[in-house]
Ligand binder design. Structure first.
Ligand code: GLN
Ligand code: ZN
Length: 762
């Protein structure tokens, strides 16, 4: 009988109650032995397989589970241990594995960076040290384990060679194609062993095909997959892409593999158009990712089913697989445990388990195993949320509509603003400041917890925060900084803090997702129309300002960052959600201004990382981001100085958008690429205030004064001295107090020294 199958591309590692994280951390801290740790991990791994089986998934992934990261898993399976770690060949030990991921006293950890456009971070492989060799066919090992322990005929999941090399640091003599070529025989070996062992389908992930793919990469890819077909003829390779539509569909479907996994959510129009125009090759499997693996919302299954019907016109039912659009690594495990969410919201949410149920339901209806009526339930649940008050806030919607016709610029040029602000704020040349937060000591965190647990009263907590502010205003005055901050002691997290105070947000009890290693984050859910309820930062800022005659900066997180670090609603456009946040924040900005705060910083550290995978989509994203930022700040007086802060290094790409934000002052993190960043200003004249971090806050090291002076002087070679600010390169939240005070003192002295030199040379 021809049957449509259901599949999963990958399952969250962290566990319903983050038991995976606990197991790892207890092993790292030496509380559990390696044997115990391995046993615990195996139990978890098997229980995840079992869950997926119980939910009714046909193709259950094996090999996606990890002790830390799947890119690192791939690297060590091929013996690619960076040369600074001890390694004598053979299967890489767990100790070495964790040493690469986390570093040791004598060797720094491998670099970590974002996995495509997600908030997951992977360990960057280093392709210089050794010739790759298959030292552990982990996929075979895990395939056999699932089979013998649970009777599950799993679907091994591998990261494909093209994407693997793209994601790696490619040093040395070899070029891209040579690095790939050295891996090909190893993949062939893995495939042959898996086919031999009985694996019916092997998922090979090539997310790299979904961005902008060069001719060179396509040529290498074609050669590689031809080799696979010839050298491992019995292996059924399913070439899987996700996060966007594939860059060249026509070329993709000609590859000699058993089937293709495509994302029918992100870049859906492209993929549907392509199938309609080009068809789908006969005899091949189509794994259709029609359930969004990235968002947390239940899917209207009547719509998903209609998509499925469209797809069925081009592929036989028994060659069709229904699945999420990508691995479920990016969503929490199950909504079941969320007992405090409002019912109407909870019923419209789908985390990993619920998404797999959706997949299975669709396949079952397709196979006429259950009645199609069941699809309507999801539609109704979504409609109930859509019709709820939270999504029908007339006031917000009206403001949003008005904002669309508005000129979002400041309405007065930067030069004139500069003059007015300089006069009002009376700042010296090379003004000194910090990025916002001061050390969040154990005591600060403990007090906050006590307050949250209602062990101390509101007033007791407030007093504590005030004492911290008093202390730090005095410290800053003593150091001699020019623009002070209140220190952000009342905030745990820069997005959570605002999410808790704005309308339209909800917090889950257990909606954690893996960020990197054992570190998990719990993004707030933007479920309704976002609105301002009450002032969020005015009290603390005004208090701090009352303690000094120097200007104190108001500190807000910007709309793009709040959006990018949340689970946003998807029933309205991204632009609308960002702009709603912006309009709510605008009220905060105006409230600060009204209360005498003359400098306001709107942080956008996540702006760069939200860039779409395809360059063709960059402009729309950047324009939208600029509008969101401007809506937040554009109504202030010309005398009010607007700052922003961003943390990243690759920013040459978006320098024009940064300029377009039209902030009076921007501070940029630059510790990791000082030279590059500075040279990007050789070609681009930046004519507003700018602070390129003069020391790296990511380490406790206190740099020498000369070093900071050099950094300032170097920047002044390409930037106007009238516009340059002196500041550390990011917030100081994670540092200790002594080194922070010390480093800031040195920084102020360095600024003084350079000021004097400028005077002398006049
Ligand atoms: N104002 C924030 C702080 O200082 C900025 C943090 C960030 O850039 N991620 O902590
Ligand atoms: Zn930063």
């Amino acid at each position: 009988m021809s049957k449509t199958k259901s599949s999963s591309l990958g399952y969250p590692r962290i566990g319903k109650e983050r038991e995976w994280k606990r197991s790892l951390e207890s092993f790292w801290s030496g509380k559990t032995t390696i044997d115990h740790f391995q046993k615990e991990q195996k139990q978890l791994r098997l229980s995840y397989l079992n869950t997926q089986k119980t939910l009714g998934i046909d193709y259950i992934p094996v090999g996606d589970f990890s002790y830390y990261d799947h890119v690192l898993d791939t690297a060590v399976a091929f013996g690619l241990v960076p040369s600074r770690f001890e390694y004598e060949g053979g299967q890489v030990s767990d100790e070495t594995y964790f040493a690469i991921a986390r570093g040791t006293d004598s060797a720094v950890a491998a670099e970590m960076t974002k996995w495509y456009n997600t908030n997951y971070h992977y360990i960057v492989p280093e392709l210089n040290a050794r010739e790759p060799k298959l030292v552990d066919n982990r996929w075979l090992r895990l395939y056999e384990e699932a089979k013998s322990e649970l009777g599950i005929d799993g679907k091994p999941v591998l990261l494909g060679p093209i994407s693997f090399v793209q994601l790696a640091k490619q040093y040395g003599e070899k070029d891209f194609s040579q690095h790939v070529a050295s891996l090909v025989p190893l993949y062939v070996e893995v495939f042959n062993q898996l086919a031999e062992a009985g694996a019916t389908l092997i998922q090979v992930d090539e997310p790299g095909l979904a961005g902008d793919v060069s001719e060179e990469v396509w040529t290498v890819l074609e050669r590689v997959y031809q080799t696979f077909a010839q050298a491992a003829p019995k292996a059924n390779v399913l070439l899987q892409t996700y996060f966007e539509s594939v860059s060249d569909y026509d070329r993709l479907i000609k590859l000699p593999v058993s089937g293709f996994g495509l994302d029918f959510v992100h870049g859906k129009e492209d993929v549907v158009n392509n199938i309609k125009k080009q068809g789908f090759p006969a005899g091949k499997i189509l794994a259709a990712g029609i359930i969004d693996g990235r968002n947390i919302w239940r899917k209207d299954l009547t719509k998903a089913y209609a998509d499925l019907e469209t797809i069925t016109e081009f592929v036989e039912a028994d060659r069709l697989i229904v699945q999420p659009s990508c691995s479920l690594l990016h969503v929490p495990v199950s909504v079941e445990v969320e007992s405090t969410l409002p019912k109407v919201l909870k019923e419209a949410i789908a985390f990993a388990n619920e998404k797999l149920t959706e997949v299975v339901t669709l396949a079952n209806v397709k196979n006429s195993e259950i009645d199609a009526n069941i699809l309507i339930e999801s539609k109704q649940a979504i409609e109930r949320l859509d019709q709820s008050e939270s999504r029908n806030n007339k006031a917000v919607q009206k403001e949003l509509a008005v904002s669309k016709t508005e000129d979002t610029s400041r309405g007065i040029d930067a030069q004139t603003r500069y003059e007015k602000q300089t006069k009002k704020l009376q700042l010296p040349l090379l003004p000194t400041t910090t990025i916002g937060s001061f050390p969040q000591t154990k005591e600060v965190r403990k007090k906050r917890l006590d307050w949250r647990k209602e062990r101390i009263s509101n007033s007791e907590y407030e007093e504590f925060i005030q004492d911290e502010m008093d202390r730090w205003i005095a410290i800053q005055e003593d150091i001699g900084l020019d623009v002070l901050v209140h220190g952000e002691f009342e905030r745990t997290d820069m997005v959570e803090f605002f999410g808790e105070k704005l309308g339209g947000f909800q917090f889950t009890a257990n909606g954690w997702v893996q960020s990197y290693g054992s570190r998990c984050v719990k993004p707030p859910v933007i479920y309704g129309d976002v609105h301002f309820k009450e002032a969020m930062t005015v009290k603390e800022t005004v208090y701090a300002q009352s303690k000094t005659t120097k200007p104190v900066k108001g500190m807000l997180t910007g709309p793009v960052t709040i959006y990018n670090w949340s689970f946003p609603r998807t029933d309205v456009s991204e632009a609308d959600v960002v702009n709603q946040i912006a309009l709510a924040l605008k009220k905060e900005v105006l409230a600060l201004e009204e209360n005498g705060i003359g400098v306001i910083q709107v942080d956008e550290p996540a702006l760069r990382e939200g860039l779409p995978l395809k360059r063709a989509k960059w402009d729309a994203y950047l324009n939208q981001s600029v509008i969101g930022f401007q809506l937040t700040v554009n109504h202030v007086q010309p005398e009010t100085q607007i700052h922003t802060h961003m943390c990243y290094s690759d920013f040459q790409d978006i320098i024009e958008a940064i300029d377009a934000l039209d902030a009076d002052v921007i501070s940029i993190e630059m510790s990791r690429s000082h030279g590059e960043l500075i040279s990007s200003f050789e070609d681009f004249t930046y004519d507003k205030g700018i602070g390129l971090g003069v020391y790296d806050i990511h380490s406790p090291r206190v740099p020498a004064q000369e070093e900071m002076e050099r950094n300032i002087e170097r920047a002044l070679q390409v930037l106007d001295q009238r516009l340059f600010w002196v500041n550390p390169d990011c917030g100081l939240k994670t540092r200790q107090e002594p080194e922070t005070v010390e480093a800031l003192k040195v920084m102020v002295q360095a600024a003084n020294k350079v000021r004097q030199q400028i005077e002398v040379n006049k």
